[in-house]
Design a protein around this ligand. Structure first.
Ligand SMILES: [Zn+2]
Length: 573
């Protein structure tokens, strides 16, 4: 490919709306062009990278025995109503009507559709297990699209779905995908870590997210160096030491006028936030419940939902808080709420807490010297792990400190159970001809997001540093004297020799200064740069350099040996 025919547009300036390096670089290197908020055109270079990631995904899905299909993007509302997700997906799902006023979803995912499809084909245990996958555009109505392909309205995703005869059998399908994911990301040159994630209603350890570590990542992940434990912050657990608080005096109510937050009250009273019990009123499936956590901690709503065995938990509104406690949200506490039957649950760290400060259930008042056992109705069984872990918390598995890092989620494997197959009555006949419900798993890879994650993980101040496996072109030949036929001839010969060796190569044949060509080659990040110029050839060679090495590592190679030298270098990146 010749640069002058390639529609490459590079930019010197960062786009104004880009907050993270990978987004800036994708636009500046001419991989993609913004059409509107959250919508991008993949330009020829970006398309090549996207296609290469797709190829890696496809090869590993096929190797794992998954079968490729493609399902419609437009999915009838009836399917989504059957699962109950027409409502629960909320405004994040794009919906359209056809001319007959029939509703459709623009697929954000495809559990419903695939279940409908498979149930129409599979009738016997002999056809199971089966895993199907598609690489298809997905849609999400992001409130605030940002970070380029990380939070876009339209994105390319690989979604796979496994169907098995039983929960136990589904483990094998899950592990096959888990292993395939490890290989996909490794082959894309990514360091992606499997991280335990919340399993929703299924339970067990059958949900993992694959994360690429990056400071720009939106997700927090707790890691333990001691035992290798890794979990996202929704899921991550901690161990707490038993407390040995000294007995405290009688409770004392103190006025705290105008102080609403723990920060404000702690400043007002001159004591640290950790001395407080932070109390919040939630509504769990319609019933109010008070949640108490250490004053310097945040409630983990996912853990809370599981502990309460609730479908939905949300912060209570003004009236509910007032009716339950007798006060506004800033002054509530576990001591004598207005509703004496109000259930109060507390984080495990508060078990045996004495001498703490709580809201008084009276506006603008707090109570000191609270002994939770003595002064509240919290039951022994209502202490549980209910907070978000943070740096330095103790690993629940081994007792070493946890470290919190940032990650970009590029994949998710999930054992679904029978949520959808129950709703769609997707059954098979077992060997006794009894009808049984199929057990599902679902597995996603953000294909377009993976392209950007590669860049986020692999770039420097000059631009992208592509791994050879997904680079738009593996080699850029910088032709310094395009008007001199003998020099251009060397470049042409090298180009065809490399192509014959299966290497993707682009020749920068523009009439630009060498500095411009080198800058663009570094910005786009071709793994290998070859400089072909009259001066070099007079000295007997072409210059070969790896993108990830500095100039001092440049090799001068006779043109006849260049293909061998380049393919050897590419094998290492
Ligand atoms: Zn550990």
């Amino acid at each position: 490919m010749k640069w002058t025919k390639s529609l490459i547009q590079t930019l010197r300036e960062d786009p104004g709306d880009a907050e993270i390096d990978s987004h800036k670089l994708m636009v500046r290197a001419g991989l993609m062009k913004k059409l509107a908020g959250g919508l991008y055109t993949y330009l020829p270079l970006g398309m090549r990278a996207l296609n290469k990631v797709q190829r890696r995904v496809r090869e590993e899905m096929d190797r794992a025995g998954a079968l490729e299909i493609v399902m419609p993007i437009l999915q009838p509302a009836e399917l989504w109503k059957t699962s109950g997700r027409w409502e629960s997906m909320g405004p994040g799902m794009f919906r359209v009507k056809d001319r007959a006023q029939h509703d459709y979803a623009m697929s954000p995912t495809a559990e419903e559709t695939v279940t409908e499809v498979v149930k129409g084909i599979v009738s016997s245990y002999r056809q199971l297990p089966v895993t199907v996958y598609q690489i298809q555009w997905k849609f999400r109505d992001e409130i605030r699209p940002r970070f380029g392909l990380m939070r876009s309205k339209e994105f390319l995703m690989k979604d796979a779905y496994s169907f098995d005869t039983s929960l136990e059998a589904a483990d094998a399908s899950y592990m096959a995908m888990f292993d395939a994911y490890r290989r996909v990301f490794a082959r894309c040159g990514l360091k992606a870590y499997p991280v335990e994630a919340d399993t929703g209603d299924i339970g067990g350890k059958f949900s993992h997210e694959f994360h690429v570590l990056a400071d720009a990542g939106e997700d927090g992940i707790a890691f333990c160096d001691g035992c290798g434990y890794a979990a996202n912050l929704e899921k991550a657990e901690r161990r707490v030491a038993a407390r040995d608080d000294a007995p405290c005096g009688e409770m004392e109510t103190v006025p705290t006028p105008g102080a609403k937050t723990i920060d404000e009250v702690s400043k007002f009273m001159g004591v640290p936030g950790s001395a407080f019990v932070k109390s919040l009123v939630y509504v769990a499936d319609g019933r109010p419940v008070m949640v108490c956590v250490p004053g310097d901690r945040d409630v983990n709503e996912v853990k809370l939902r599981h502990f309460l065995d609730a479908k939905k938990v949300e912060l209570a509104d003004y009236d509910t808080v007032l009716a339950a406690t007798g006060a506004n949200a800033g002054s509530v506490g576990p001591v004598g709420p207005a509703d004496a039957t109000l259930r109060i649950v507390a984080d495990q760290e508060l078990r045996g807490a004495r001498g703490c400060i709580t809201g008084a259930n009276r506006d603008d008042h707090h109570i000191r010297n609270v002994d939770l056992d003595r002064d509240t109705a919290i039951k022994a069984g209502d202490y549980a792990d209910l907070v978000v872990v943070r740096d330095g918390d103790i690993c629940a598995k081994c007792g070493k400190p946890l470290v919190i890092k940032r990650g970009i989620e590029v994949g998710h494997v999930f054992k679904l159970g029978t949520k959808y197959t129950d709703a769609f009555r997707a059954v098979y006949k077992n060997d006794s001809l009894e009808e049984k419900t199929m057990v599902m798993g679902c597995y996603g890879i953000g294909v377009s997001r993976t392209v950007q994650a590669v860049i986020e993980q692999s770039h420097d101040r000059d631009g992208i540093v592509w791994p050879a496996s997904v680079a738009p072109y593996q080699v850029c030949i910088c032709l310094l004297d395009p008007d001199r036929a003998e020099v251009a001839g060397v470049a042409d010969e090298l180009e065809s020799a490399l192509e014959s060796a299966g290497v993707d190569v682009i020749v920068d044949d523009r009439s630009e200064r060498p500095g411009v060509k080198f800058k663009d080659a570094d910005l786009i990040g071709f793994p290998v740069r070859v400089v072909v110029g009259a001066k070099g050839l007079e000295k007997g060679g072409v210059e070969v350099k790896l993108r990830r090495e500095d100039k001092s590592k440049t090799r001068v190679v006779p043109p006849a040996d260049a293909v061998a030298a380049i393919t050897e270098l590419l094998a290492g990146c």
